[in-house]
Design a protein around this ligand. Sequence first.
Ligand SMILES: [Fe+2]
Ligand SMILES: [Fe+2]
Length: 177
Amino acid sequence: MPVQIGQKPGHDFSRPLGLLSDCHRRIERFLAVMAKVATAGALDEDRRNALDAALRYFREAAPKHTADEEESLFPRLREVETARAELGDLERLEADHDRADRLHAEADALGMAWLQDGALPADRAARFREIAADLAELYRAHIDIEDNRLFPLAARLLPMETQQEIGREMAARRIAR
Ligand SMILES: [Fe+2]
Ligand SMILES: [Fe+2]
């Protein structure tokens, strides 16, 4: 199974909202890898490498994306009076992040055991498939709200200087951690 990793993002830190959407494309790509590996059965070398890369992405890189949103973007939107009508979305999105975190933690434990042992007992393999499907469904709706409602709203309401600050914080998160 060919898996692309380390693909260059389409935006840089001067366009943080575009960069956040670029991350969504990576999330979708690695979710598709997880789903494909989960349903493929035995791990050959390609699937092993693909699974390892997907688990690592969700363990190491994806939490920075969540921090970009929860620590840099959402607080700025909450400060904007005219964004208040949309704030229900922010709470829903934060709840999604928490649920995704729990599912990823469980997927990571199962996936690491799979990599280590070369096989998973049937019930644990079934649970891994179920989690991959749940995550795909969760992110489909979540990313739709972010890409199509929240980021356009942020682009409209947040001054360019604020967007630049968000970009600087995102850059720092990737150097410091
Ligand atoms: Fe996101
Ligand atoms: Fe999000």
